[in-house]
Design a protein around this ligand. Structure first.
Ligand code: NI
Length: 190
């Protein structure tokens, strides 16, 4: 296994539309090695997800997974999965706004609105059909990674760039930008 170099914003591979992987090619040594490398690269860089274009391969392939990630100590766990040719086949209309960052957009975080629940279909690393129903943080991770396959990064999804923060400022000031909580108990019944 090899730790791959992660493309940084400005590299054109991050702005290309990725091509599908033929079902017959999934079990090839080249694709299996790419999947292993992406999982290892994601772990090396302490990411929650990685899309193949981020390692300079314009293919429709993502890996996601989060377990005790020090970059996201309070985040929900996300099951480790490989999804080939993923498609979002269902979106909830309700949205959540939360922080995102990206291994290809070094040291920046910003608030992004995403659908709260989604359904993803695609193939696993054996070439079998899979369907994933995800919500909350996990749904956000899938939407972020699948965006990479269409040449999009989270910055393109921000409705207001004013919440963009560098790492040090994020740890000091993030709270100032967070959406206000829904009406609390004390406001109910008024
Ligand atoms: Ni990303």
């Amino acid at each position: 296994m090899t730790i791959r170099k992660v493309a940084q914003l400005g590299h054109p591979v991050l702005r290309e539309k990725a091509g599908p992987i033929e079902k017959e090619a999934i079990k090839s040594p080249a694709i299996q090695a790419l999947i292993d490398d992406m999982i290892q690269t994601k772990e090396e860089y302490v990411g929650i997800g990685l899309a193949a274009p981020q390692v300079h391969e314009p293919l429709q392939l993502i890996v996601v997974g989060l377990k005790n990630n020090p970059r996201y100590p309070d985040a929900e766990q996300v099951l480790l999965r490989t999804v080939i040719n993923p498609k979002i086949t269902g979106f909830s209309t309700d949205m959540d706004e939360d922080w995102e960052s990206c291994l290809s957009v070094d040291n920046l975080s910003g608030l992004v609105k995403r659908a709260r629940k989604i359904t993803v279909t695609g193939l696993d690393r054996e070439g079998d059909d899979i369907e994933i129903n995800a919500e909350g943080f996990e749904a956000r991770v899938y939407q972020h990674e699948i965006d990479h396959l269409y040449g999009k990064v989270f910055l393109d999804r921000m409705s207001d760039l004013r919440s963009l923060c560098f790492g040090k400022e994020f740890s000091k000031f993030a709270r100032l930008y967070e959406p206000e909580e829904e009406a609390g108990d004390e406001e109910q019944g008024l």
